[in-house]
Design a protein around this ligand. Structure first.
Ligand code: PHE
Length: 376
């Protein structure tokens, strides 16, 4: 800064010369125009309006001028600074607007994206199906009974009147649990993976006094290879009723009620003679095909894929509980009689929902289960 003086001409002070002030102003305007970001503009602002900027230094020179020269120099510097501040504000607003527009694009939220990155699972249709069937009987007053999946051979076979040489005992059907092998043991454990839910019949009768009305859903095991129509692990539902005076007519009425509840009011069942060691008489139970209602039979114009135009769909086995089983389980066959039936859930799911490959049911792919929804 120059020292105060009396006869001072601002034009003579280098920094206050009009063309100098103009140059400073133009440099500042050019710097602002060239700033392509808010950071760059901030730098230009410090350089051209800060305390050590050329115009600020020039402004300080004014204080040293004699009074008559101050107004003239002050006006020049003031106008230049005004123009610089105005340009700065304008450029600032411009760059901020650009930034805001960019942020709107870059940080936009796509509200149509899936909000849930961990989709909830779905209940397996086998579970839903088993519960639907069990519910039909629970609403009739039956209780749900369960038994172990690793079962004593006695419950799985002997109590159910399977002779020691019955083919179902043989290795090709049954998973035998290996026992310890040693000097005093041949490796036989007397334990199997249950091959059906019928052992729950024996357990229930031993467990409680008649009248007995139970429904037994559960997992069963047979030594089948997994393919489109077989699986070594599958599900059955068993029904057992033991009371005074029960007859085959009660069995038939119960079966009809079940298929009507599950498949529609115009459904019915039919029985065909069969053999099971634990029921006598025994029958194979079929239900009317719920798709063609039997109308495809002998009618080539209306073939039915669901029942292969047979008119009936095979469900499972049933019969009157064999008196030998009642006796083995401590129930007096002179006083009580009973009926039982059992069928596979996988099969029912296959024809009810047109599932064509059994493997879809065991692979655990949610794309299979999800379309069945969350029926509870
Ligand atoms: N347990 C038999 C099976 O697995 C089905 C059945 C149950 C038959 C009850 C008669 C009575 O094939």
């Amino acid at each position: 800064m120059s020292a105060p003086n009396k006869s001072y001409d601002p034009v003579e002070v280098e920094a206050l010369k009009p063309e100098e002030i103009e140059r400073m102003r133009d440099e500042a305007l050019a710097a602002f125009a060239a700033a392509d970001s808010l950071d760059a503009l901030q730098e230009a602002k410090v350089a051209h309006t800060g305390g050590t900027s050329p115009l600020a230094l020039a402004n300080r020179e004014i204080g040293a001028l004699p009074p008559h020269a101050k107004a003239d120099a002050g006006k020049r510097v003031g106008q230049a600074r005004g123009a610089v501040n105005k340009a700065l504000g304008a450029r600032q607003a411009e760059l901020e607007a650009e930034r805001d527009a960019r942020v709107l694009v870059e940080e936009a939220v796509d509200v149509t994206l899936p909000y849930d990155r961990v989709p909830a699972g779905a209940r397996h249709p086998l579970t839903t199906m088993m519960e639907r069937v069990a519910d039909v009987f629970v609403s009739m007053g039956y209780e749900v009974a369960e038994g172990p999946e690793v079962e004593a051979e006695w419950f799985n076979f002997d109590a159910l009147n399977f002779g020691p040489d019955h083919p179902a005992r043989q290795m090709q059907d049954t998973f035998f649990v290996q026992g310890p092998k040693g000097a005093d043991s041949d490796g036989e454990s007397g334990v199997v993976l249950r091959t059906h839910t019928s052992p729950v019949q024996a357990r229930t009768m031993l467990d409680r006094e008649p009248p007995v009305y139970v429904v037994c859903p559960g997992r069963v095991f047979r030594t089948d290879e997994l393919d489109a129509t077989h699986t070594p692990v599958f599900h059955q539902i068993e029904l057992l009723a033991v009371d005074e005076g029960l007859t085959m007519a009660d069995l038939k009425g119960t079966l009809d009620h079940m298929v009507q509840s599950l498949f529609g009011a115009d459904m019915k069942t039919r029985l065909r003679p069969n053999y099971f060691p634990f029921t006598e008489p025994s029958a194979e139970m079929d239900m009317l095909c719920y798709v063609c209602k039997g109308e495809s039979v002998g009618n080539p114009d209306r073939p039915c894929r669901t029942c292969s135009s047979e008119g009936w769909i095979e469900l499972g086995g049933c019969g009157m509980v064999n008196p030998r089983v009642l006796t083995a389980c401590g129930v007096d066959p002179e006083k009580y009689s009973g009926f039982a039936f059992g069928f596979g859930i996988e099969r029912m799911l296959m024809f009810r929902h047109n599932v064509e490959d059994m493997r879809d049911m065991v692979e655990g792919d949610v794309r299979f289960t999800r379309p069945f929804g969350m029926e509870i």
